[in-house]
Design a protein around this ligand. Structure first.
Ligand SMILES: C[S@@+](CC[C@H](N)C(=O)[O-])C[C@H]1O[C@@H](n2cnc3c(N)ncnc32)[C@H](O)[C@@H]1O
Length: 291
């Protein structure tokens, strides 16, 4: 069994419990979120490390045609901002614009922030504390395991639309689990069944159905994993494998294996990725809200 004995809870002074520690990885302890990826330093390193590779793969931090507006002064929000790396990078490039990063976990820096940056700890499912049409660009990236299909369709996407001003843009970047012929990789991928890993493919249809957009741009990239494909794709492999470690708490239970056994399986995924050319799909969708 995935050892229950290595679970620990952190009690705050006011009696609330902020984090859970499972098999050496730290997870949030919010009752209203099903997000089960770690929120510790290792996860922060994984997320921040992949930022430059994403820019290389996609030719920039964003694809929506908002460059001019960003130079003049725009309001931008990043939902599920993680460490805030995207926000901080954008804020430095566009000092006339204002940036807000929202996340359930407080893993963003708190000191030395540029004056045009603000981070807020909030659950997007509760609705965000901003008026309708507050932002010129509403961005999100890699939140695929955070929500069910219904939550995406009925809560997250409607909230993103509400926050976007008419004529503004929504931009979303999502990925799936990938595909490989490796036995261990397949075993791990099978155990992730039940997670919503195909949302990237479904987003354009969901956006289309809202009738809120005058234009929806949908780009798809096959991201091959491994050193033989070059630096950013070697980083993609590391991001993928580190991601599997970040869901260790969930996976040891789902696969019914001991934590050490799971670590060994994850190591094998790296080897199989090089051998069988594992890849995953990434989807970047930019949608222009009707005026
Ligand atoms: C895989 S990380 C991606 C972070 C960042 N977008 C990036 O690409 O580096 C997903 C983030 O979504 C946050 N998250 C999950 N559920 C959320 C929710 N309901 N509301 C706000 N943030 C959430 C997590 O805490 C995590 O930081």
């Amino acid at each position: 069994m995935g050892g229950c004995c290595s679970r620990r809870y952190f009690e705050e002074e006011d009696g609330t419990i902020k984090y859970r520690l499972i098999h050496g990885r730290r997870y949030h302890n919010l009752s209203d979120s099903m997000y089960f990826v770690a929120n510790d330093d290792k996860e922060a390193f994984r997320l921040s490390r992949y930022h430059e590779a994403i820019k290389e793969i996609w030719g920039g931090a964003f694809n929506s045609p908002v460059e001019k507006k960003l130079r003049q002064g725009a309001h931008v929000v990043d939902i599920g901002c993680g460490t805030g790396i995207w926000i901080l990078d954008m804020a430095q490039q566009y000092p006339n614009s204002k940036f807000v990063g929202i996340d359930i976990s407080p893993i963003q820096p708190t000191e030395g922030l540029p004056p045009n940056v603000e981070f807020l700890q909030y659950n997007v499912l509760d609705g965000l504390p901003y008026e309708d049409s507050s932002f010129d660009l509403v961005h999100e990236k890699f939140m695929l395991v955070a929500f069910t299909g219904t939550q995406w369709e009925e809560k997250v996407i409607p909230e993103m639309i509400r926050l976007t001003r008419p004529g503004g843009w929504i931009e979303m970047l999502e990925a799936d689990t990938g595909a490989s012929d490796g036995t261990i990789t397949r075993r791990i991928q099978k155990a992730t069944k039940g997670m919503n890993l195909t949302i990237g493919k479904e987003i354009p249809r969901i956006l289309e159905n809202t009738n809120a957009f005058s234009e929806i741009r949908n780009q798809h990239k096959i991201v091959n994993l491994g050193i033989k494909y070059g630096k950013s794709l070697e980083e993609s492999l590391k991001f993928y494998v580190r991601g599997l470690s970040s869901i260790k708490g969930f996976m040891t239970t789902s696969m019914n294996v001991m934590p050490e056994h799971y670590d060994a399986l994850v190591e094998t995924v790296s080897i199989e990725a090089e051998k069988y050319s594992t890849y995953f799909n990434q989807y970047r969708i930019c949608a222009h809200k009707k005026i």
